[in-house]
Design a protein around this ligand. Sequence first.
Ligand SMILES: [Zn+2]
Length: 656
Amino acid sequence: MLPAKRKRSAAEAPDSVEKSLAFAAKCISKIQLNSNSKKIGQEASAKRLYQATEREVRQLLIRETLVGNDGDVEWDLCDPVLLVQHVLDRSSALRAVYAEKLAEHPMPWHVVIGFDEHVPGDKLKVKNLRKSMVVSFNFLEVGENILQMDCSWFIPIIMRSTKIDEVSGGWSQALRAFLRRMLVHDMSPAKAGIPLTIDGTTRVIRAVVSDIISDGDGHRQGLEWLGAGALKPCFLHGNVFSKNSGMADANCVTIAEHNHARFALNTHAEIYRNASIVVGARDLVKDGGMTQAGFEHVRKTTGLGTTSHGLLADADLQGSMKILEVIVIDWLHSLFQEGAMSIEVFEMLDAAKAGGLTRERVRAHVGSWAFPKHFQSKGNQLARFFDNYRADRMDSKRVIVGGASEQYVLYPLIRHLVDTEVTDPAFANNVESFRAACRVVDVIKLTKTRQIDIRLAKGLLLESIEEFLLKHKRAYGVERIRPKHHWLFDMACTAFRRQMPLDMFITERLHLRVKPEAELVRNTTAYERSSLALVLCTQLYELEKGHLHSGLRGRVVQFPGSSSALCADALVCSGLCVGTDDIVFYLESAGCVLACLLDDGELLVLVEELLLVARTTAQTSKWRLTTTRALWKASELNLAHAWREEGDGCITVIRI
Ligand SMILES: [Zn+2]
């Protein structure tokens, strides 16, 4: 028997709004806070904590005046230079990282920016006043390990959608203003740099924006590009047209094209020329020199909806940033947010229905697995994907409906079901197409866990996407092909061009960090300022707690029988989070984690080894628990994806 899952200890579970605020605001516990306040004869109140939190961010705020549809719009954000200086000033751990990296990497440094829309509270509420755009940034030079740590990211912007709607050009004008703060402004990181005093010496980080990552809809808003519904549904490739455009010829292709050699990259000059044509046409319409129909034609042929206040119309930015080299298409959303894989999984299961694979069977199968602690909550959601309410929505949309990161957890479970239960050759084409789609995600996953060299990733991905599209068309024709299928090629070319894969996992996680904080802010007039303050305090608190580096997490105690080793229920090592009861792989061996240890500076796990009984499928094997114990280096581990106990006393483990 596997040990039963342990509950989170009371110390790590924030039990009240006040307590989490207290943690965030002052880096102290509620008990400490109460005793401190009693000493000075004051009761600790949520309001007081809230004020203390706000003081933290006040000095970092700047106000931009944006051109609104109806007069000026005032907007508060954090000055990026002041924000970096403040956090480094407060965190010796982060300062030490910067000191080390400054010695290693010449200037300029490279800024990666991520943004997406975040919805706190009830997503189904039609008018959610706190829906907002969240921007985070970091420097590539701090390296992959630090980039994986949430608390190393800076969040300068949380902007409510209702405010974005008031602004001419919407999010594009706001993003333009922020990018000017990064690149054009006299005191920007690119011009004056970020002066830092480390160990008494002043150093300056000069940095340019190298990567802007978002999902298709985020880029559509930021670039005022017409997006997935347009005649030209690709921002990067000028010769890629929509499926029913009738434009395919010797030079042009549609989104259903599988041969990536046929895609022609746009040029910067062409993008900016098109943007100015659209702006000019807008003026003409205003002066009566062009009809609305004429303008629509211009929009359609350029694929852009540029306004004079929008990002692409900024001459200074045009000179300081090569937009095509900066845009990163996120794979998580291209695949899983009503994306290529959401379609593929739906079609596979829908076809297999005819072979007797019922929805109830799928639901029971999905609900039978256990997951590593780190994504247990996502895994536990999965059976709900197949309840009646959602299933009806899925049937009408013909995609898997549900969060992108949950679907990322789902696909290996569906593959196991298909591999073991869909054996009728009548479904061979569906299965081939589905497996090829899985292979695309596998390549990304193996690159992320460093089991595939990043230098090989782009080539392998392009190959696997091409094969997937070919097999998909063999099974379903072009009926189900969407722009997101084509964006997989764009994702391979943009997200894998650095020494590490760039994706929105960190952005998503960070924006979850916004969630509990923003939930507390009911007063929408001060929403931006207050949320920024709370998020900043959380970052400082996590840095203070030592979350910047690999190490033990949760309550740490002396390991019984050892004078030097410490142990805990969880550890983080180079981005990998391992907890007790998780099943891990060390090379070809597998084990169940009993404890996480730190001994002589090295992170280890104590495991009970598993004995291989049989390989079931390419990704799955059967194991039996033994009483043999072993100590494995955490840096060499990979987490199992999911596992379940079988009736015969064996454990089936899905490796990827
Ligand atoms: Zn493209």
